[in-house]
Design a protein around this ligand. Structure first.
Ligand code: PEP
Length: 252
């Protein structure tokens, strides 16, 4: 049985003070929820303060990116040991916004994954096609290429430590969700691909989140699909009641 994982990607939102108040409220809302992984990914500047608020709770801390070197002359970057030091457990890698605006490629995603695993951070690796690719029926080719590149040279044991997030780029922040059927089709394809790239055990055990305009209204139908193991949530994670409602609905 794969444990459901709901993660909130706060992106470029929330000062430290705002982040602490959001997570304080969330903490109260999800107090009684167990059996599901709940993760919040604030901006780097709020990680330290939020880590204190989530200490000894059922909420885990994630970051939104990391650099692959531990230290050095890399102005503006943040490394895995720096995140570990703050109590970070998860890190989003290869989000489409990083690929689109900050030059992330399958190769750099692969290096970031390696750094995260070396320091026992759980990578949440994002993959997904854009609208022209979907319209040209290239979704499966794009996903295959992203998986082969981003997950290159990982062992089966390493792959089992990774969470994948299927995020169709056309559904991110647009209010357009993939239908549960569309999402399931791609999740099943990814699982089959993991079987080929690694083995059947990996295919069955890796958790694959869906991301793209997830809301309290649409999560139930998505999570009901056999290969959808959770959600990576952007906009709806910025308010405690909506993120908590997603968590509660996913738990059912
Ligand atoms: C995301 O940022 O990963 C995301 C899915 O955003 P939204 O939920 O706002 O579409």
């Amino acid at each position: 049985m794969r444990k459901i994982i709901i993660a909130g990607n706060w992106k470029l939102n929330k000062t430290s003070r705002e982040a602490m108040s959001l997570v304080e409220e969330l903490k109260r809302e999800v107090l009684d929820i167990d059996g599901i992984d709940i993760v919040v990914c604030p901006p780097f500047t709020a990680l330290d303060d939020v880590s204190e608020v989530v200490l000894d709770t059922n909420i885990a801390l994630g970051a939104q990116n990391l650099y692959w070197q531990d230290s050095g002359a890399m102005t503006g970057e943040v490394s895995a040991p720096m995140l570990k030091d703050l109590g970070v457990q998860y890190v989003i890698i290869g989000h489409s916004e990083r690929r689109q605006f900050f030059g992330d490629t399958n190769e750099t995603v692969n290096k970031r994954i390696r750094a995260a695993l070396t320091h026992a951070l759980t990578p949440i690796v994002c993959i997904g096609e854009n609208l022209p690719e979907r319209e040209a029926n290239k979704t499966f080719d794009v996903i295959r290429h992203q998986c082969e590149g981003s997950l290159a040279n990982l062992t089966a044991d390493e792959m089992k430590k990774i969470v994948l997030a299927y995020e169709p780029v056309w559904a991110i922040g647009t209010g357009k969700t993939a239908t549960p059927q569309q999402a399931q089709e791609v999740h099943a394809f990814i699982r089959q691909l993991l079987g080929k790239l690694f083995n059947a055990d990996v295919a069955q055990s890796v958790r694959i989140q869906y991301g793209g305009s997830v809301t309290p209204e649409n999560i139930a139908a998505l999570i009901a699909k056999p290969d959808i193991d959770g959600a990576l949530v952007g906009g709806a994670s910025l308010k405690a009641p909506s993120f908590a409602a997603i968590v509660k609905s996913a738990k059912k």
